[in-house]
Design a protein around this ligand. Structure first.
Ligand SMILES: [Zn+2]
Ligand SMILES: [Zn+2]
Length: 268
């Protein structure tokens, strides 16, 4: 098991703890590295993302933690880069690429609020065709990796966050399966991109499996894709939760996982 986490939020975006507290907790848990990935700025998520003018202060906090805890743990400056963020010119050590919203008629709608909300958006924009919504979602995910130099695929099937027991749509429907397979194929054309196995929907009780789902992990594995386990942690208590199960799952599937720290180090 690799004790590191590259998907970490703090009070700088929508997390509950400071940079310092998160690092302190990671050290207590015996982590070897911790990367911060607060939400890049979008007007749509004004209160939960970091506007560019607050990035220097955020970086200073991380630098202070690097200094304070440097002999115990390696700390990295990353970002969870949203599809709708415009380049801010800052030098991040890595980027998680994530799609949280989709724009229709000049308005952004969220894909991860609730199942009912997703159905409402499908009714409003696609004549009730929920599979059209999922197709557009996965096109956005692939487009993001064509457009922005990201290292990690963030919560690949976020659109299925509320789809436990296929309660919103049939995840075996060929249209859904083709949509995500196409996105995987497009992303895999870029070298070195890893898929996160994001355990947050499990420990938060939304799903029985992480993002991405098991069939997706198997498909990505067969295409030669690699994984890192992340907690998408919004509070210090979440660090390392369900990691053991996630690594056991990847082992049982014969999926290759890596220590993301090696990639960050090699980028320098
Ligand atoms: Zn996210
Ligand atoms: Zn996140």
């Amino acid at each position: 098991m690799i004790l590191s986490n590259y998907h970490t939020h703090t009070v700088n975006s929508d997390g509950n703890n400071t940079v310092d507290r998160m690092v302190e907790r990671a050290v207590e848990r015996g982590f070897t590295s911790l990367g911060f990935s607060n939400h890049s700025y979008t007007k749509h998520y004004e209160g939960g993302s970091i506007p560019p003018h607050r990035i220097p202060g955020y970086f200073e906090e991380i630098d202070a933690a690097k200094k304070k805890y440097g002999d115990k743990i390696n700390v990295y400056k990353g970002t969870e880069w949203d599809y709708y963020t415009e380049d801010d010119g800052f030098d991040y050590e890595y980027r998680i690429g994530s799609v949280h919203y989709i724009e229709e008629d000049g308005v952004l709608y969220d894909v991860d609020i609730s199942g009912g909300d997703l159905i409402n958006s499908a009714n409003k924009y696609y004549n009730g065709d929920i599979f059209r919504l999922t197709e557009i979602y996965f096109e956005h995910v692939a487009d993001l990796f064509d457009r922005v130099d990201c290292d990690i695929v963030g919560h690949f099937d976020l659109v299925a966050k509320f789809n436990k027991n296929n309660s919103v749509f049939d995840a075996n429907d060929p249209r859904y399966v083709n949509a995500w397979k196409k996105a995987v194929d497009r992303i895999m054309k870029h070298d070195g991109i890893v898929f996160e196995v994001n355990v947050s929907p499990v420990y938060r009780g939304y799903r029985d499996e992480p993002f991405p789902s098991v069939p997706m992990i198997e498909y990505i594995r067969d295409k030669g894709g690699r994984f890192i386990v992340t907690g998408d942690c919004h509070e210090s208590g979440a660090l390392g939760v369900w990691f053991e199960q996630a690594y056991a799952l990847l082992d049982s599937l014969g999926a290759e996982y890596i220590d993301f720290e090696d990639i960050v180090k090699n980028k320098k």
